[in-house]
Design a protein around this ligand. Structure first.
Ligand code: SF4
Length: 433
């Protein structure tokens, strides 16, 4: 069978810059073949790997790569390079290492590629254009994607109503156009697209017949534009409950669970519980949380230095001016996640399109809240572009991957925030002047 068509994000660059972050943050599971291949590579202490522990350890019924004392993969050298890659080349590495930061998802008869913004080179769009890496990505798709990917479940719009892949393409085309409209600040574009979805949810199933999604969307886009032009849409401040739920979401997104922290057992769990309670109350000081290694390496002292204590009140009182690069960053982020089908279905806790998009929309205020916190921790009263990039890298590490966000309570929080119309207010309140 010929290779399926693979859709790639056109606005994104990426090459690995060897910060070593992913080699410190991720657990690398191995297939039996990969285990045997690494064992045949005959690693010895003379080649730099640790001699006091096995390189591969059991994980459930399978295997994983072991870690050094500082949490780094046993094959990571002091220069941030992978020893397997250095000795045997990229194809000799486990598939999970070769895939990151890419994520491949079904899209009807074809496939689509997204990226994880937890990699600092992705968040800063450094390196080769993704569209120039088609051959390598097509080869990865052949390894990763099961032969029956065309049978993947259809996306669910909301309330268990599924849409065809063609309808999804129609919807995505509207969203992409709306979010790329540079005549408006990104915040306004986001508010308008949220309004479309709010109206779409209210459209009767009968009215939304096969093949007329485009007509319905055209009407909703115009209605949303008028609602936003008339003012008031999302411009009220978030309620106390809305803010509390928002901080709970941020606490979950800020969690930093690594192999090392998991081994700490109850101490780590207690720290996370205490931190969650502090975020829920929103009073006193924001609890200190470790940054992922990639963020410390890529964004330097503001992340790595000793943080100044910051109160929740100070984050709230922070000025609303945003760095000029903010719109470009979020436009690119949404482009990558939307065209990559990286916000619903199997790739995203089995969320519907509406709930997934609302969760993605909340990344906008959540990132800007976290960027404020980082600026204050570094003793600044203005945001730098790197505060926003670092915050997005931290939060996107968990989005779609942390099991905490899969909990029923996390899902129902998104629904409640939507019902109370708090998502628009949060996007407006934290999204600039
Ligand atoms: S986090 Fe990104 S830049 Fe850093 S080592 Fe991993 S892939 Fe390379």
């Amino acid at each position: 069978m010929s290779d399926p068509n693979v859709l790639l994000p056109v606005q994104q660059n990426w090459s690995c810059h060897n910060c070593g972050g992913c080699c410190r943050e991720h657990q690398i599971n191995l297939s039996e073949d990969e285990k045997q291949r690494i064992e045949k590579q005959n690693w010895t202490v003379a080649q730099g790997v640790p001699g006091d522990r096995p390189l591969i350890v059991p994980l459930g019924a399978g295997w994983r790569l072991n870690h050094q004392d500082d949490g780094a993969c046993v094959f990571l050298d002091s220069g941030g390079l992978c020893r397997i890659h250095t000795r045997f080349g990229e194809p000799a590495k486990p598939l999970a290492c070769r895939l990151y930061p890419y994520a491949i998802h079904p899209a009807g008869n074809g496939l689509t590629v997204s990226l994880r913004f937890s990699c600092p080179s992705v968040v800063s769009s450094l390196g080769t254009r993704v569209t120039a890496q088609r051959e390598q990505l097509q080869s990865l798709c052949r390894e990763v994607v099961p032969a029956d990917f065309r049978n993947a479940e259809l996306p669910v719009l909301a309330n268990r109503r599924s849409v065809s892949w063609d309808e999804l393409r129609v919807l995505m085309a509207f969203l992409e156009r709306g979010l790329a409209d540079r005549s408006l600040p990104f915040q306004e574009r986001l508010l308008q697209t949220l309004a479309w979805f709010q109206f779409l949810e209210q459209v009767d199933g009968e009215m939304l017949q096969e093949n007329n999604l485009s007509e319905v969307m055209t009407i909703l886009v115009e209605a949303a534009r008028r609602a936003c032009d008339a003012g008031g849409y999302g411009t009220l401040p978030p309620s106390r409950t809305g803010r509390m739920m928002f901080r709970q979401l941020i606490a979950q997104l800020l969690r930093h669970d690594t192999q090392r922290s998991v081994l700490e057992g109850w101490k780590h769990r207690l720290r996370m519980l205490t931190s969650g309670l502090r975020f829920t109350s929103g009073r006193g000081l924001v609890p200190p949380l470790d940054d992922p290694a990639s963020v410390r390496t890529a964004f330097g002292e503001s992340a790595a230095g000793p943080h100044q204590p910051v109160s929740f009140a100070a984050v709230e009182a922070f000025g609303r001016e945003l760095p000029g690069e903010t719109d470009e960053l979020f436009e690119r982020y949404f482009h990558v996640k939307l065209q990559g089908n990286h916000f619903f279905g199997r790739a995203f806790y089995d969320y519907s399109l509406l709930d997934g998009f609302r969760t993605l929309a909340l990344m906008f205020p959540a990132t800007l809240w976290t960027a404020r916190l980082r600026a204050l921790q570094a003793g600044r009263d203005r945001l730098l572009a790197d505060d926003v990039r670092a915050a997005l890298a931290i939060l996107d590490h968990n989005l779609g991957y942390s099991p905490v966000l899969q909990l029923r309570s996390s899902r129902s929080r998104i629904r409640q925030l939507a019902v109370m119309q708090q998502i628009e207010r949060l996007c407006f309140h934290y999204g600039g002047e």
